[in-house]
Design a protein around this ligand. Structure first.
Ligand SMILES: [Zn+2]
Length: 298
C-alpha cells in the first residue's frame, strides 16, 4: 500500500479548503491538534438547533472513512446549493433543522504512519520502530501506539484488566488503551467538543464489515435500536454486536454511557483493511442514504 493510495491529512486539508471555497455556508474550525501537531478539522453544515456528529478515521488503516465523510459533505452541500432532494431527503429541510458536524479524521498521525511509515524527524521514531518492527502496514493506533477507540471512558478498567490476556503489554499497532481515559490529545479534543456541544446523535465510521453497532455492552439508549434498524434498512448493512474485545472504551460506548443518547459505529465496506481507495465510491453508494437520512431520525 503506497502513499499514492492513502487518504492522508494533506489530502484532507486540500479537500476541506476546496469545499469551503465552493460552499460559503460550510463553517470550518479545529477541535485541536494531534500528538504530532496536525490540526483536527471540524466542519459544520446547517442552521438547525439540534446537532449531530459524524467522526471518521479513528484508526490508521481506515483513512478511507475520511474520504467517505468528505464525499458525503460534498453531496449534501451541492444539494443544499441546488435546493433539491437527495436520497429522499429535502436538503433545505435538513439544513434548516439540523447542524451536521463532522470531524473527518481523528487520527491523522496513525494514518500517516500507516501510509508513509515513520518520519525519521519524529522524536518517537525509536519507540515506534520497536513497537512495529519497522512495518506500519497494519498500524491502527495513534502517533504513540494508543488505540484511540479504546481510550474513552467506558469500561476502561475492565478492558485494562483484559489487556494482558489479549497479549497487549504496552503501546503498539492496535488495541492498547493507553494509561487512562482520554490520555491522548485526539480523544481529549473530541470529548471536549462533545462536552461543550449539545450532540443529539453520534456516528463513527470505521472499516470494515458492513455492520452497525448501536449498544454499549448490551444496553441501547432511547431510540438507538430503532435508528440502527432504519440505518440497516437504508444501507443493507446488519445490526450486530462487536467481538468481545472491541466492546469497551470506544467512542460510541462512552457517548451512550455518558449521555444516554444514540451513538453508532458503522463498519463500512467489506474485505481486509486497509480497503483500497478505489472501492470508496461503491462503499459510499451503500451508505449515502444512511448518512443523509439519519440526522433527521433523532
Ligand atoms: Zn476502526
Amino acid at each position: 500500500m503506497g502513499a499514492a493510495d492513502g487518504y492522508t491529512h494533506d489530502r484532507l486539508c486540500r479537500e476541506i479548503e476546496l469545499l469551503m471555497k465552493r460552499y460559503p455556508f460550510v463553517v470550518g474550525s479545529s477541535i485541536g491538534k494531534s500528538l504530532v501537531g496536525r490540526e483536527l478539522p471540524l466542519l459544520c453544515v446547517g442552521e438547525g438547533e439540534r446537532s449531530v456528529l459524524l467522526v471518521g478515521a479513528h484508526h490508521g488503516m481506515e483513512g478511507m472513512t475520511s474520504l467517505l465523510v468528505m464525499r458525503y459533505l460534498a453531496e449534501y452541500c451541492l444539494a443544499v446549493e441546488e435546493n433539491r432532494r437527495i436520497a429522499g431527503i429535502d436538503a433545505a429541510l435538513l439544513f434548516g433543522r439540523r447542524r451536521v458536524m463532522a470531524v473527518p479524521m481523528l487520527n491523522p498521525d496513525g494514518i500517516e504512519l500507516q501510509c508513509r511509515g515513520c518520519d525519521p524527524k519524529n522524536p518517537l521514531t525509536d519507540r515506534l520502530l520497536a513497537m512495529s518492527g519497522g512495518d506500519f502496514g497494519r498500524w491502527q493506533a495513534n502517533g504513540r501506539g494508543v488505540d484511540l477507540n479504546h481510550n474513552y471512558n467506558a469500561g476502561f478498567a475492565e478492558y485494562k484488566a483484559q489487556e494482558a490476556a489479549l497479549g497487549i503489554r504496552g503501546g503498539g499497532a492496535t488495541r492498547y488503551a493507553g494509561e487512562y481515559p482520554e490520555s491522548e490529545p485526539e480523544t481529549a479534543a473530541l470529548c471536549g467538543l462533545i462536552r461543550t456541544t449539545d450532540i443529539a446523535m453520534l456516528t463513527a465510521l470505521h472499516t470494515q464489515g458492513e455492520e452497525i453497532y448501536a449498544d454499549y455492552n448490551g444496553y441501547y439508549p432511547p431510540g438507538g435500536r430503532v435508528i440502527a434498524g432504519r440505518m440497516a434498512a437504508l444501507s443493507g448493512y446488519r445490526v450486530a454486536r462487536p467481538e468481545p474485545a472491541a466492546c469497551f472504551g470506544g467512542l460510541k460506548d462512552w457517548f451512550i454511557l455518558a449521555y444516554d443518547r444514540p451513538g453508532f459505529t458503522v463498519e463500512c465496506g467489506l474485505g481486509r483493511n486497509p480497503l483500497p481507495l478505489r472501492e470508496a465510491e461503491g462503499i459510499y453508494a451503500r451508505i449515502r442514504r444512511l448518512l443523509l437520512a439519519s440526522p433527521l431520525m433523532v
